[in-house]
Design a protein around this ligand. Structure first.
Ligand code: NI
Length: 167
C-alpha cells in the first residue's frame, strides 16, 4: 500500500469529472487500498479518487468511531434522496476550512463494492453527508462551491498564503 498525495483547493484538477470504472480489477482494488490508507493517515472520514488525481469514480468512506468500517464505493449513484440537514463540513483538499452546507438527510446509493458486486445502501446523518460530499468530488465539485463567492475568495487567499508558508 502507499500514501497518495492529496490535491489542495483551488487546484484545477479538483474540477475534473471522473470517468466510470469499467471493471473492478486489481488496479482498482489497489487504488481503493491506497486511498483507504491515505484517508486513515490524513485523518479523514472520506476520500474521492479525484482528490488523489485519479479521475475514476471511486470513493472510500469510514464514519465509524473505531475507524474499522471501511466503505469502498465504485461508480456510486444516488438513486433516491429525501429530507434536509445542515452539517458543518470540512475536506482534506481544503485544510483548516469548515462551513455549513445543506444536503439531503437520507440517500439511497447504488454502487459496486471492492469485490465488484453491486450493492445498495440506505444512509442518513453523517454517512449521507459524506456520500454526497464524495460524489460531488467525482463530479468535479468541492464543498466550498456551496458557499458565497466572498467566502470562496477568502478561502482561496487563505490557502494560497498557507501554500507559500509550507512550500
Ligand atoms: Ni472533500
Amino acid at each position: 500500500m502507499a500514501l497518495l498525495p492529496i490535491l489542495r483547493y483551488p487546484d484545477p484538477r479538483l474540477h475534473k469529472v471522473a470517468a466510470p470504472v469499467a471493471e473492478v480489477d486489481d488496479t482498482i482494488r489497489q487504488l481503493i487500498d491506497d486511498m483507504a490508507e491515505t484517508m486513515y493517515e490524513a485523518p479523514g472520514i472520506g476520500l474521492a479518487a479525484t482528490q488523489v488525481d485519479v479521475h475514476k469514480r471511486v470513493v472510500v468512506i469510514d464514519v465509524s468511531e473505531e475507524r474499522n468500517e471501511l466503505l469502498a464505493l465504485v461508480n456510486p449513484r444516488i438513486v433516491a434522496r429525501s429530507g434536509e440537514q445542515v452539517c458543518e463540513e470540512g475536506c482534506l483538499s481544503v485544510p483548516g476550512v469548515y462551513d455549513k452546507v445543506s444536503r439531503a438527510e437520507h440517500v439511497t446509493v447504488e454502487a459496486l463494492g471492492r469485490d465488484g458486486e453491486p450493492l445498495r445502501l440506505e444512509a442518513d446523518d453523517l454517512l449521507a453527508v459524506c456520500i454526497q460530499h464524495e460524489i460531488d468530488h467525482l463530479d468535479g465539485k468541492v464543498f466550498v462551491e456551496y458557499l458565497s463567492l466572498l467566502k470562496q475568495n477568502r478561502i482561496k487567499t487563505k490557502l494560497a498564503k498557507k501554500a507559500r508558508i509550507t512550500a
